[in-house]
Design a protein around this ligand. Structure first.
Ligand code: GLA
Length: 387
């Protein structure tokens, strides 16, 4: 048949387009070692829009599942010291569970990560009122923050597959000024690192503080609490808070306190130190640490080691601070993957960001973004093992 070769290549092209997974697989390469990105339907949102689930895979077998609803990292499968792949995040079984009740598991946070005191700030002489959703304060962007919106997704195939997510928050959305165009790119690197690049521009002066709120438990499958995890934080100072977790303005040296993680320290060893007011206010760790090292170059912010699995996670960031939260508010009421109830301290979060409530603290590094400027930050979560 004269047209057979053309027909065959047309058939191949069509299957590539419809299968939504067509990374360049070489012959003899097994499927599970193939790097690339797949897309499947994830479900329908209450407003009728549909969300997708993307699976990014590198040649080492690590996978990251991400949905464009809230930019949520739904799962991260990484190997333990014996090469066993398990999920190291808390997550839910379905899109509807994420919509119903999600304590920010895996989600992108914006327009402002963490708290703004009393939901008020003044910019260029004008006071803005934001939604109050946490102990009289504004938390994580408000009622419908970036964790609850549908992002426009563009998959980028390759050895280091990426997912570009775009969202434009409208002028006045959640009370903030300015149309803010945000782009977040997740890249799964060959070296078992998940890189997150954040970018934003605005058409009016505004405030921005973007982060990701993944809950980690390196045991895999969140089998137990994270009190035996060993954490190191490259930070000499703590952003002290009041009872409602709003910064007092004081940057407190950590040396000799329960907040000193300069050397690798077991999370549970001082977490209930009732003599420490900051521990009392946080109900454990729920604070920002000021990262050592100046400027916005990538620096090692945190290292987490879990002894039974041998898993290690290193966090690098261009941000000036990191919120270390030990899942103190988890109480078993959120039933996650495979029907598993996540209890108090079953995970830890390492949210790289600017200081909480910066718009009300002129002495803190600024979070103001003006027209013509580009907000740009990068954070990398890298996984490895040690015996
Ligand atoms: C942040 C906050 C915590 C808590 C969690 C989400 O880490 O600092 O107090 O609100 O988010 O539950």
């Amino acid at each position: 048949m004269k047209f057979l070769p053309q027909l065959l290549s047309l058939a191949l092209l069509t299957s590539c387009l419809t299968m939504t997974s067509c990374s360049s697989k070489k012959e003899n390469e097994s499927d599970d070692k193939k790097a690339g990105i797949d897309k499947t339907a994830y479900g329908q949102l209450p407003d009728g829009q549909t969300a997708d689930l993307y699976t990014l895979r590198n040649a080492a077998g690590m996978t990251a599942q991400i949905t464009n609803y809230g930019g949520i990292i739904v799962g991260l499968q990484v190997p333990d010291k014996d090469g066993k792949f398990e999920d190291v995040t808390l997550g839910q079984d379905s899109l509807s569970s994420y919509v119903k009740n999600n304590p920010y598991f895996g989600a992108l946070i914006g327009r402002y990560g963490n708290r703004i005191a009393k939901g008020k700030f003044t910019l260029d002489g004008k006071t803005y009122d934001l939604f109050i959703n946490n102990m009289g304060n504004h938390l994580h962007g408000g009622k419908v923050g970036f964790d609850k919106v549908l992002w426009t997704a563009t998959p980028v195939d390759g050895d280091e597959p990426a997912l570009k997510l775009a969202y434009t928050a409208k002028d006045g959305e959640e009370g903030y000024p300015g149309n803010l165009s945000v782009e977040v790119t997740y890249t799964l690197q060959k070296d078992n690192a998940l890189k997150i690049d954040y970018k934003a521009t605005t058409d009016k002066p505004t405030v921005v503080n973007l982060t990701n709120h993944t809950y980690f438990n390196l045991t895999g499958g969140a089998k137990r609490d994270i009190l035996d995890h060993v954490v190191t934080l490259n930070a000499d100072k703590l952003i002290a808070v009041d009872q409602t977790l709003i910064p007092t303005g004081e940057l407190k040296p950590v040396a000799g306190t329960a907040f000193d993680f300069l050397k690798p320290s077991v999370v549970g060893s001082r977490i209930n130190d009732s003599t420490d007011t900051q521990i009392k206010y946080g109900g454990g760790y729920d604070h920002g640490w000021v990262l050592n090292g100046s400027g916005d170059s990538l620096k090692l912010a945190a290292t987490v080691y879990e002894p039974t699995s041998g898993r290690v996670m290193e966090v690098r960031t261009t941000e000036p601070a990191i919120q270390f939260y030990t899942g103190n508010f988890l109480d078993g009421s959120v039933v996650g993957r495979e029907g598993f109830a996540y209890k108090k301290r079953y995970a830890l979060c390492l949210e790289t960001e600017h200081y909480p409530d910066s718009p009300n603290h002129p002495a803190f590094p600024t979070t103001v973004l003006k027209p013509g400027e580009t907000y740009k930050t990068t954070t990398i979560y890298q996984f490895s093992t040690k015996k």
